[in-house]
Design a protein around this ligand. Structure first.
Ligand SMILES: C[S@@+](CC[C@H](N)C(=O)[O-])C[C@H]1O[C@@H](n2cnc3c(N)ncnc32)[C@H](O)[C@@H]1O
Length: 215
């Protein structure tokens, strides 16, 4: 899928999404952000996560491929952060050693991790922190009990937070997800080979996190 295709799909999703909500386990990830000066949210979507990250960072920049996502982020959270339409694979090499923290939620699986993670590392200052949260592929019969529990928690969460999706939004997400590939227990150790010392953790609602500090 080209960046243009990804932007088009997320433009459609943004137009159908009534209001932004935090992704599963995003609250946990946000609490890992150190107090710092410059933070980048790579693939910021509608901007809620970047706006909350502004509690910990003096300057927050959110970038995303989708112009509709960025227009909404500017409208809703422009007073908390700066938002730009950009492909992070192009933006990161143009900003070497520029950030104390880079966060990226549910965006890494759209690109090749072996390309993107070193670019994120080189855009960090020494001592800076990379925080990734992305989707975990946890198929398999042995995972049935944990997946059943995760489904129950996920449904309760939606009811509790009154997260009702329209038929059109469901269809847009289903169409978007088709053919996507996610990291799994078998592939996650490969990420540690790209960023030695990275701490990788698997989370309940089909997510993994990666935390890395630049030496
Ligand atoms: C599933 S959404 C997640 C949005 C937000 N991070 C969140 O957690 O709500 C993935 C976002 O990543 C963006 N994205 C994917 N590849 C990108 C790239 N190469 N550069 C910038 N944004 C990208 C998409 O446009 C989309 O808005």
């Amino acid at each position: 899928m080209t960046p243009h295709d990804v932007a088009g799909e997320f433009d459609a999703i943004a137009s159908l999404t009534p209001r932004d909500r935090l992704a599963p386990h995003a609250g946990w990830l946000l609490r890992q952000i150190p107090h710092c000066n410059d933070l980048l949210d790579a693939g910021c979507g509608l901007g809620l996560t970047a706006s909350i990250a502004a509690d910990r960072a003096a300057h927050v920049t959110g970038i995303d491929l989708s112009p509709v996502m960025i227009a909404r982020a500017r409208r809703d959270y422009g007073h908390r952060a700066t938002f730009e339409v950009a492909d992070f694979l192009e933006y990161l090499p143009a900003h070497p050693e520029s950030f104390d923290c880079i966060i990226s939620l549910a965006a890494l699986h759209h690109v090749d991790a072996a390309t993107a993670l070193p670019l994120m590392a080189s855009a960090l200052r020494s001592g800076g922190t990379l925080l990734i949260l992305d989707i975990l592929d946890r198929r398999g019969i042995l995972n049935l009990p944990v997946n059943a529990f995760a489904a129950a928690v996920s449904v309760s969460r939606r009811i509790l937070f009154r997260q009702r999706w329209s038929r059109e939004l469901n269809a847009a997400w289903n169409a978007h997800g088709r053919g996507e590939r996610y990291e799994s227990a078998a592939t996650l150790p490969g990420l540690r080979e790209i960023l030695p010392g990275a701490r990788i953790r698997r989370h309940l609602i089909w997510r993994y996190s990666l935390i890395w500090t630049k030496p």
